[in-house]
Design a protein around this ligand. Structure first.
Ligand code: HEC
Ligand code: HEC
Ligand code: HEC
Ligand code: HEC
Length: 500
């Protein structure tokens, strides 16, 4: 091959050709760069607030005036049309689907009503409507604490700022019905001045502090998960003040959290059949996610649940938080080359296997509770039953820590399988002890598995009067909720955002 200098020596016009070609390429590159800069300026301009918003503004539509794209996509969390194999955007009545749950939660409000979650848009409606929050006809009635509101609304940081954190948690749920009215939104995750992601919930900051970590030192990528970890985590209500606390001091895996609760002798309730001191897992999505491969490779929740989108040259974050299976092209396929079908099947395969084992674990737990009741009925003593009840407590905790997070089976399939298999080990061990206790009290026949083939049958079996509960709730919905909404409207009409 000839060198360039040689070619130019032989044909001098080639030198000029090369010169002009270079000039044209440089010019085109310049055009491209200027277009990129212009678009970036456009993007910044698009986010320039047209209105000053207070730090504690709970109304999403007011923020929406400044950030149209994020607001409009966020409102799509109202859509309930998508359904995947196990999840989706619509509520699914889990007790109807799996009546064993009713027995597992006998004596606890979850046995009355429990649904798979839907979009953030419904957070307020759903907490008002669930039978779990009972039917408090005045502001002093009902057993649920204010703490229940904590993960439902940007009115929560507003009220905490006004009243103080521990004051906010105190008191009963119905006392704040007219204050907490806006569904989860912008102020929960964003600083109003800078629009940076922010942590608005003290429980997460405090959990970090107790572990000797400073949450303000988190990277942007970590923040893209930590905003979710304000709510999508395991927590409990500590002490008489019902202070919202994350049980993370010994670690966040199932064993560490179990030993944390054991060290406090904490229990959520005493089981209606077995009388075991039970733990209820909340929704440890963040904790379990961190144990899976995507968590270990540094992905954030937003990578799959809030993908980037482009519109008219502006890149923005899709705020339609939902199952990524409704948007595989913008989520999984950003990193994986496989087809939508393959990726969907990757998810379903993991979910199917975990669900299969989970079903077995639940059956063993039901049997353990029912057989423990038979042992009490046969005259077993507290001393005889103590080791059995501890085993049942731990077995159910392990099952619940897996089952309560609706994404766990995909987020961390191996960890889910480990938790479920140790659950089965413990419930079977409890049943072995129970068979000896039963025999020593003269019961040698096999204890029958109850007919809990439907939600209604299971609820009747544990002694719930559902007709009464539903009637009371209806009255509450007719009388109390409209009052809350009216009062909130008068209050909100009076204040301007700047004064909050
Ligand atoms: C559950 C938390 C959450 C809520 C609620 C939320 N956002 Fe965001 N928002 C995020 C995350 C995560 C990002 C991505 C940040 C990043 O990638 O650095 C983001 C990014 C943004 C950005 C930066 C530009 C962009 O699109 O990436 C704006 C502006 C914004 N959100 C506005 C809003 C508005 C307005 C609301 C209320 C209607 C809202 N957000 C509600 C979590 C949230
Ligand atoms: C202030 C508390 C809070 C924050 C912050 C929060 N969530 Fe949620 N999330 C909820 C609640 C409560 C529900 C259930 C709402 C219902 O069913 O009424 C929910 C539901 C969901 C669902 C189910 C949606 C469906 O269509 O079934 C997903 C997925 C989800 N959240 C992901 C996230 C992600 C990802 C983040 C962070 C970017 C986040 N959430 C931040 C409280 C929160
Ligand atoms: C690698 C992608 C990915 C990441 C990252 C991810 N998830 Fe998920 N998530 C999924 C998939 C897939 C499902 C199952 C969806 C289905 O079955 O329809 C799911 C399900 C969920 C659900 C239940 C959804 C429903 O419809 O009820 C919640 C809640 C959730 N994830 C929260 C989180 C949180 C919080 C984080 C961060 C700590 C996170 N996810 C990180 C992929 C992801
Ligand atoms: C931001 C990039 C990213 C996104 C988005 C993402 N993944 Fe991944 N995924 C990874 C990485 C990284 C790994 C680990 C592979 C490795 O390191 O070799 C992985 C691993 C996997 C694996 C193998 C896991 C195992 O059990 O061994 C599956 C299956 C998978 N992803 C499916 C999905 C699906 C389904 C989605 C969408 C819901 C998704 N991924 C979204 C980056 C991503």
């Amino acid at each position: 091959m000839k060198s360039i200098t040689q070619i130019i020596k032989e044909k001098p016009y080639m030198g000029w050709l090369l010169f002009f070609a270079t000039v044209i390429i440089v010019f085109l590159l310049g055009l491209l760069a200027s277009s990129i800069i212009e678009r970036r300026a456009e993007a910044i301009y698009a986010y320039k607030p047209s209105k000053i918003i207070s730090q504690w503004e709970p109304r999403n539509d007011i923020w929406g005036g400044n950030f149209q794209r994020e607001y409009e996509t966020y409102l799509k969390t109202a859509d309930t049309s998508f359904r995947s194999m196990y999840n989706g955007n619509a509520q699914i009545d889990m007790l109807e689907l799996d009546p064993k749950l009713v027995v597992l939660w006998a004596g606890y409000p979850f046995s009355k009503d429990y649904s798979q979650p839907r979009g953030h848009f419904y957070a307020i409606d759903d907490i008002r409507n669930t039978l779990r929050t009972e039917a408090p006809m005045d502001s002093k009635a009902g057993k649920m604490p204010n703490t229940c509101w904590t993960c439902k609304s940007p009115d929560v940081p507003r009220m905490m700022n006004k009243e103080g954190i521990s004051m906010f948690y105190k008191g009963n749920w119905a006392s704040k019905g007219h204050e907490i009215v806006n569904f989860i939104g912008c102020a929960d995750c964003h600083d109003a001045k800078t629009m940076n992601l922010r942590i608005s919930r003290p429980a997460l900051i405090e959990a970090f502090e107790r572990q000797g970590k400073d949450i303000t030192k988190s990277t942007q990528q970590e923040m893209r998960s930590l905003v979710c970890a304000q709510c999508h985590v395991e927590y409990y209500f500590k002490g008489d003040g019902k202070y919202l606390t994350f049980p993370w001091d010994k670690g966040t895996d199932v064993d560490s959290v179990e030993s944390y609760y054991d060290s406090y002798d904490f229990s959520d309730w005493k089981h209606g059949l077995s009388r075991a001191p039970m733990l209820k897992a909340q929704h440890p999505d963040f904790e379990i996610f961190k144990m899976g491969i995507h968590g270990q490779r540094g992905l954030a929740c937003a990578d799959c649940h809030m993908p980037y989108r482009s519109e008219g040259g502006v890149k923005f974050t899709d705020h339609h938080i939902q199952s990524p299976l409704n948007n595989i092209a913008n989520t999984c396929q950003v990193c994986h080359r496989e087809s939508e079908e393959t990726l969907r099947n990757n998810v379903y395969e993991r979910q199917k296997k975990v669900s299969f084992i989970r079903d077995k674990a639940e059956e063993f737990l039901v049997r353990a509770h029912v057989e423990a009741k038979a042992a009490w009925d046969a005259g077993a003593s507290e001393t005889e039953m103590k080791p059995v009840l501890t085993l049942i407590r731990h077995a159910q905790w392990r099952w619940d820590y897996t089952a309560a997070g609706h994404g766990n089976a995909f987020h961390a399939p191996l960890e889910s399988m480990k938790m479920l298999s140790t659950s089965m080990e413990k419930s079977q061990e409890a049943r072995l002890l129970l068979s000896r206790i039963l025999a020593s009290h003269g019961v040698t026949k096999v204890i029958d598995y109850p007919d809990i083939s439907t939600k209604a049958k299971a609820q009747k079996y544990i002694g719930l009067d559902m007709e009464k509960l539903i009637k009371e709730k209806q009255e509450f919905k007719n009388k109390v909720i409209p009052e809350w909404i009216k009062k909130a409207k008068i209050r909100e009409d009076k204040y301007s955002s700047e004064k909050l």
